[in-house]
Design a protein around this ligand. Structure first.
Ligand SMILES: [Ca+2]
Ligand SMILES: [Ca+2]
Ligand SMILES: [Ca+2]
Length: 222
């Protein structure tokens, strides 16, 4: 009974608004249905039905990105959504015929793995003296990936050029970037090899992973 009374007060109060949250993955085809504004959420009072007057939030224009049918309350994508450029849409739906409060609609764009780890340059040169001690370290450029979490850069591997297993890699995660160092694995002998041409691959955590490549020339000096 108390619950019912609260609902009635809620429905009559100007401060009380329905909140509807939708989630949709980025990159889905144009015209994908996100949902209906008026669909009830289990455990919550039924929102007022259509038609609605759709009012975009000033800080979140829906512009041409979404197609909202004011007569049915159906929301569809009108472009290929891109989480990396816009991850949330907000608007209000004011019911035009049914009694009820304004529905605050939020659409959250969820991440998919649609960006590859990208090095800021395609090649990099390192100079090392041949007497460089074992475990000497040189900073290499890090690969940046615009995706979130596991879809960001996860690891680096040397895919070719590591003659005699002369080098290994180490990584440090700092401020969301997986930083990369080249480490001397043993003793470098300029008379045997005076230049290494390493190919380093960055991988994200997608299945299969997306990759980026950095060519590293290591010159061994006397
Ligand atoms: Ca994207
Ligand atoms: Ca993404
Ligand atoms: Ca990625």
């Amino acid at each position: 009974m108390l619950y019912l009374i609260i609902l009635v007060i809620c429905a009559r109060s100007a401060n009380c608004e329905y909140v509807k949250n939708f989630k949709i993955e980025e990159s889905v085809p144009i015209g994908t249905r996100i949902g209906y504004i008026g669909t009830p959420v289990p455990g919550q009072p039924r929102p007022p039905g259509p038609p609605y007057l759709v009012v975009p939030s000033a800080d979140s224009p829906i512009a041409d990105d979404l197609d909202v049918d004011q007569n049915t309350g159906e929301i569809r994508t009108n472009i290929v959504l891109d989480r990396e450029s816009k991850d949330k849409y907000r608007f209000s739906a004011i019911p035009l015929t049914e009694e009820g409060e304004t529905i605050k609609v939020t659409i959250e764009v969820e991440d998919v793995n649609d960006n590859r780890p990208t090095f800021p340059q395609s090649s990099f040169t390192v100079e090392l003296p041949e007497n460089a001690p074992k475990d000497s370290k040189r900073r290499l450029p890090a690969a940046i990936d615009q995706d979130l979490g596991i879809f960001n850069t996860q690891r680096y591997i040397i895919t070719s050029g590591n003659v005699g297993n002369a080098f290994r890699l180490s990584t440090r995660n700092k401020d969301g970037i997986l930083n990369l160092d080249l480490i001397v694995n043993g003793y470098l002998d300029r008379e045997t090899v005076d230049k290494y041409s390493l190919v380093i691959e960055a991988q994200d955590g997608g299945n299969p992973p997306m990759t980026g490549v950095l060519n590293v020339d290591v010159n061994i000096q006397e």
